[in-house]
Design a protein around this ligand. Structure first.
Ligand code: 9MR
Length: 361
């Protein structure tokens, strides 16, 4: 990096595009000028973000930021069934290929998300998908990217654990219609096509002790006992923090230990931090709470040796939580208090970024 003008350092030379990112001299002095990926690399870890090929194409400054900060990424939508196989046997690989090309050009390793999920599903596809549909789908997709060096990891099955007992198929606690053997069969179909990449099962709401965490652990144990190729367990970590309740870090830590005990590697796949009501009075207070949430969560992750941290986006501007379809009801009307990611909507770094950096350091 070269110093240009008063108080600014340009990272322009790092990027192929023309929009530069500036870092103040103050941050150079206190060490925050290091990129997140460099800070992660120094401790043999990876930091990254979900990426949408559309955002990257339309917003060059954002693309540059992803390039500067990330050594790993996850496709936000490109591999979802409705995108990649909108009608049976008709595949649209363009979005996935765009993401892969961007990552290849920027030295980012990519996770493919996600093959079997109850959402983002075309109307014609049942849930759970018939195994014959799974076979056609996987043959085309896993087959196509088998030798791809950028795409190293697959979310094979996403969010298969039910939210509660009432919504579960049986005592295993999976979604209606999903038997535990089905999950095994899906992984086996995948392994028969390509067993060279990291295979991941991914779910949310398992960062605290409770029913869902127990069912997830039970499923992972079952898969391992049945010799399924399962390399990593994805913990989405859409984290809520509040003035009114505390997060049980000890329970999470024990859960990570148990996962490691059965021979799988936990990874953090969709981290963001949302502040629950009652909201603080100012954005400054809110940002401090968000940063504190990151710090507390990452401290546990790093104590337990987790090496992959992926946030669900890099800037609040593109957070799913600000989208009308997903915005938590109690925060409707407080959109500007939804600041769950390391950068704000003007692509300026926030305290959350500093907290992530310090946790790596
Ligand atoms: O962030 C994603 C959003 O843009 C999509 O519209 C939505 C439906 O495909 O999925 C969002 O990502 C989800 C992820 O795939 C699985 N875990 C929860 C994420 C947030 O909803």
């Amino acid at each position: 990096m070269t110093a240009v003008g008063a108080g600014l350092v340009s990272c322009k030379d790092l990027f192929t595009n023309d929009t530069s990112i500036t870092v103040s001299n103050a941050s150079v002095a206190d060490g925050t000028s290091s990129s997140l990926k460099d800070a992660a690399r120094r401790v043999k870890k990876f930091y990254g973000s979900a990426i949408s090929e559309r955002d990257i194409e339309q917003d060059k400054a954002y693309a540059n930021l992803i390039s500067r900060e990330c050594s790993v990424a996850t496709t936000e939508g490109a591999f979802k069934w409705v995108v990649i196989e909108p009608s049976p046997g008709q595949f649209n690989f363009a979005p996935a290929d765009k993401s892969i090309n961007f990552c290849a050009a920027n030295n980012i390793k990519l996770r493919g998300h996600t093959l079997v999920w109850h959402m983002a599903r075309p109307d014609w596809l049942a849930y759970p998908p018939k195994l014959s549909d799974v076979e056609r789908h996987f043959t085309a997709i896993l087959g196509r990217y088998r030798n791809n060096k950028t795409l190293y990891s697959w979310d094979i099955v996403n969010e298969v654990v039910a939210d509660s007992d009432k919504e579960a198929e049986d005592q295993n606690g999976l979604r209606k219609g999903v038997k535990i053997e089905y999950v095994r069969d899906v992984f086996q179909i995948a392994a028969a096509i390509d067993n060279t990449k990291e295979f991941v099962i991914n779910d949310f709401g398992c960062e605290d002790a409770g029913w869902k965490q127990d069912k997830y652990l039970n499923l992972v144990k079952y898969l391992k006992k049945n010799d399924v190729k399962l390399d990593a367990v994805g913990l989405q970590a859409h984290m809520w923090f509040s003035k009114n309740y505390t997060w049980n870090a000890t329970a999470f830590r024990n859960f990570l230990k148990q996962l490691k005990g059965v021979g799988v590697k936990p990874i953090i796949t969709e981290l963001d931090v949302i502040i629950d009501t009652p909201l603080p009075n100012t954005l400054a207070e809110l940002d401090t709470m968000v940063a504190d949430g990151y710090k507390r969560f990452l401290d546990v992750c790093f104590t337990e040796g987790i090496d992959t941290i992926i946030t669900w986006g890099l800037s609040d501007k593109y957070s799913w939580l600000r989208h009308p379809d997903y915005m938590p009801k109690k925060l409707a009307g407080y959109k500007n208090f939804i600041r769950p990611l390391p950068y704000d909507d003007k692509l300026q770094p926030k305290l959350a970024r500093k907290a992530i950096l310090e946790s790596f350091n």
